[in-house]
Design a protein around this ligand. Structure first.
Ligand code: AR6
Length: 184
């Protein structure tokens, strides 16, 4: 599914994020920035060891939850990887929603600072970190739409590994567009 909002194209994609040709690929990292499983593992495998080396050299203290750090993208087509540790879901009482919002917002700001025009997000925190996918999809899409005016992006991709997650994103984007139309 695709939707044009102002001059920005929002595209929902099912597949492997490491194959995206956007300027930036976002990594659902952990605070150590020393690699891991899931999408983090896939990005480091596809990009090669220079990404991990750059994380070690530039970010010896890692990265706080909801913050974002940038490296090059090694062997991948993208120019940069933005690493952001999302929150671990603990039932929703520990500001997990705010922290997830921060991950998307800070990634967008950092990408803009580097002049990126396109960015691809995975579904941050909804794998081993256990964030419920419906809530996470709503936060991901609404954070992007709310910040379109302060970012430079022409294309924003949400890349889901599974067909069922992609369906959740499609349903969520459809609903958000409908709500926005009703408001205006
Ligand atoms: N392309 C797109 N999406 C993917 C890919 C891929 N190649 N591989 C997995 N996903 P997760 P988290 C999806 O667990 O919940 C790591 O070990 C996956 O299906 O990767 O934020 C880090 O180092 C799910 O929908 O990230 C951290 O320790 C989504 O990506 C921890 O996991 C996120 O799942 C972060 O956990």
């Amino acid at each position: 599914m695709e939707a044009k909002i102002g001059s920005t194209l929002i595209r929902l994609v099912q597949g492997d994020i490491t194959r995206e040709k956007t300027d930036v690929i976002v990594n659902a990292a952990n605070p150590s920035l020393r690699g891991g499983g899931g999408v983090d593992g896939a990005i480091h495998r596809a990009g090669g060891p220079e990404i991990l080396q750059e994380c070690i050299d530039k970010y010896p203290k890692g990265c706080g939850t909801g913050e974002a750090r940038i490296t090059t993208a090694g062997q991948m087509d993208a120019k940069w990887v933005i690493h952001t540790p999302g929150p671990i879901w603990r039932g929703g009482q520990q500001n997990e929603e705010g922290l997830l919002r921060n991950s998307y917002h800070n990634s967008l700001l950092l990408a803009t600072k580097h002049g990126a025009k396109s960015i691809a997000f995975p579904s941050i925190s909804t794998g081993v970190y256990g964030f419920p996918i419906d809530q996470a999809a709503k936060i991901a899409i609404s954070t992007v739409i709310e910040n379109l005016n302060e970012i430079s992006m022409k294309e924003i991709h949400f890349v889901q590994f599974s067909a069922s997650d992609c369906q959740v994103y499609t349903r969520t984007l459809t609903q958000i567009l409908k709500d926005t139309q009703e408001e205006s």
